[in-house]
Design a protein around this ligand. Sequence first.
Ligand code: UD1
Ligand code: MG
Length: 450
Amino acid sequence: MEVALILLAAGKGTRMQSDLPKVLHAVAHAPLLEHAMASGAALSPARTVVVAGHGADQVRTAVQAFDDEAQVVVQEEQLGTAHAVGQAREALAGFDGTAIVLYGDTPFVQTETLENMCAALETNDVVVLGFDAADPARYGRLVMQGDSLDRIVEYKDATDQERAITLCNSGVVACKSDLLFDLIDAVGNDNASEEYYLTDIIGIARERGLKATAVTCDEAETMGVNSRVDLAAADAAFQSRARAAMLEDGITLMAPETVYFARDTYIGRDTVIEPNVVFGPGVTIESGATIRAFSHLEGCHVARGGVIGPYARLRPGAELSEDVRIGNFVEVKNAQIAEGAKVNHLSYIGDATIGAKANIGAGTITCNYDGVMKHHTHIGANAFIGSNTMLVAPVHIGDGAMTGSGSVITSDVEADALALARAHQVEKPGMARKLLEMLKAKKAKQQRGS
Ligand code: UD1
Ligand code: MG
């Protein structure tokens, strides 16, 4: 059965105290909404519809950056969760499979849980995701009758007896798409909030003799974000799960609690991560690499055997081949560095290609920006760039070429040549001593005069 996702993301999120729509606040460098979309995306949905409202334009931009086939529909007024789902009706016209409703502010529902719901749908008409709440607070309560879900009652509308139920509604619902919209048509807003509750579809389905049930998951999966405190807690929860998963997959984390991962960080086995490393979005690291302490990586690729840091910064477009070394206080941006090349100390490499086994001396800078445009530097294989070389781009250093320390290289250097671009050394015998004596005499005269 084909699947379509409906993500509810119209809410304002007042308690975030923010100009940014709530679902765009980030956990592990990715918007909450992206986490929710990613767990659904693993089901290969035929269609994905995001129901936006507050900040809809910003939400659309973020959605399309993650999945350019996802549709964004706008719910102008937030009249309740059933009304929100109703906005997806046109986008799902002609779709004949299962619709799954997810919340954009609930990032951690696992793909496996959604698969369990789809399986339960084979013998039911509507399946709701429930969880046993440690503190049921204001969640909707699931009223079960044996294995069947009889109805859902919202906290505000519940009796004391119903409030005593600890099995709560996560908000995630799976139902055949056409049936879902049929049931929504029958939902009214005669309740304590005067909202169109999605939860009412269960009672309506049961009245029609249809079958409903609840699948349950761990409470951690249904964690929602309503405030900055929740956001920080969600990030902490994500990080501890990510660290545990990395350790499980054969990655050494010397001080796991000090390493910060992004949602999409990928690391191969036998890689060692030293303390205090930060991963931004879009990092892939192959097996057997070492990321030394206090390094910051984003949008980059490190191949097998690379040694990065300590105190290195890899920025977007840094592509490092096998056994590359990037040392302390080195920044690399938009640069391809070939096998075995070394940039070990205090350098900036931006908009560049570096050939295999080249050695870049301490303090080398690719001067890539002229104030208006960016220019490319090419350094050939086996080249040796002397310490404190300024490579004024665009510039091409041939294979096996050398530059003298302190050179400012403004023209191309052919293969195997040595380029020196610095003033000649001049030596004046005895001059240091004479100069010192002269200065001392001057100071003594000043002191006598004052
Ligand atoms: C909802 C459920 C409740 C459940 C709880 C779990 C209903 C009626 N109640 O309550 O049973 O225990 O979630 O967190 O469904 N939204 C829209 N448009 C709207 C209304 C809501 O997009 O018109 C979005 C919100 O942005 C949010 C989600 O739907 O992401 C849930 O809405 P919210 O108002 O938080 O519902 P709750 O009262 O928490
Ligand atoms: Mg809520």
